[in-house]
Design a protein around this ligand. Structure first.
Ligand SMILES: C[S@@+](CC[C@H](N)C(=O)[O-])C[C@H]1O[C@@H](n2cnc3c(N)ncnc32)[C@H](O)[C@@H]1O
Length: 212
């Protein structure tokens, strides 16, 4: 039986409708094992990108393009999404989804490689938003890079911050869960950040950079 809490969370998730392009990209992501962000988290990404008037966004974990579509739809019309993924085939499918949605090649810079090799090459303070959805055990390192990459007023967001209901359960001590729990502590303990943990999708942890 569905509990009232589960029904409320499901209602919030279904509140955000995905069009055919997002739906097709989601199907391709699931088939490839690049699990896409859920619609609630995607809608939050669009919302944040709009609120910060995002022109330059970094994404870690392109997958097959679901989160990228949500980001691009929230960003400024002249904005550029820089997206990093270690799997060229995922990025090929993401590029297809972006083109299908009408985003020109100039709006998206896809970089193939491991995030921790690529991120150090990007400019300090040059970005309005960073979205992380790559290797969960690297999230603490992504946080350090994101704080460096963001301008003051920019936002970093992490998907899977609640990791299949495991983060809230102290009995769960697998490496991904522990890493995500540690990330929460790091974000909360950083005076340069003001954060919010949203129980959307699989959990979206977002923080605005309030000081250099
Ligand atoms: C959960 S999927 C991303 C889904 C995507 N954000 C979306 O919503 O459609 C994770 C992606 O991160 C990539 N990835 C995993 N480890 C990585 C790493 N160390 N550096 C860069 N990409 C990585 C995987 O190839 C995969 O495409």
């Amino acid at each position: 039986m569905t509990s009232p809490v589960e029904a409320t969370l499901a209602y919030a998730e279904q509140f955000h409708h995905e069009d055919e392009i997002l739906h097709a990209a989601r199907q391709r992501g699931l088939e490839m094992g690049a699990v896409p962000i859920l619609p609630g988290g995607g809608a939050a990404l669009s919302f944040i990108a709009t609120v910060v008037n995002a022109k330059s966004v970094v994404e870690i974990g392109t997958g097959c393009g679901v989160s990228g579509l949500w980001l691009l739809r929230g960003m400024r019309g002249d904005g550029t999404l820089t997206s990093v993924d270690v799997e060229p085939e995922h990025q090929r499918l993401a590029r297809h989804a972006f083109a299908e949605a009408g985003f020109s090649g100039g709006r998206v810079r896809l970089i193939s490689g491991r995030a921790l090799d690529v991120l150090p090459r990007l400019s300090d303070g040059g970005y309005d938003m960073v979205f992380a959805d790559g290797a969960k055990q690297e999230y603490a390192d992504y946080l350090a890079e994101a704080v460096r990459l963001l301008r003051v007023g920019g936002v970093v967001a992490f998907d899977n911050a609640l990791w299949h209901d495991r983060v809230a359960d102290p009995a769960q001590r697998d490496p991904d869960t522990v890493s995500l729990r540690e990330l929460g502590k790091l974000v909360q303990g950083d005076d340069r950040l003001r954060s919010v943990l949203m129980p959307l999708g699989d959990g979206l942890l977002a923080a605005v950079k309030i000081a250099q």
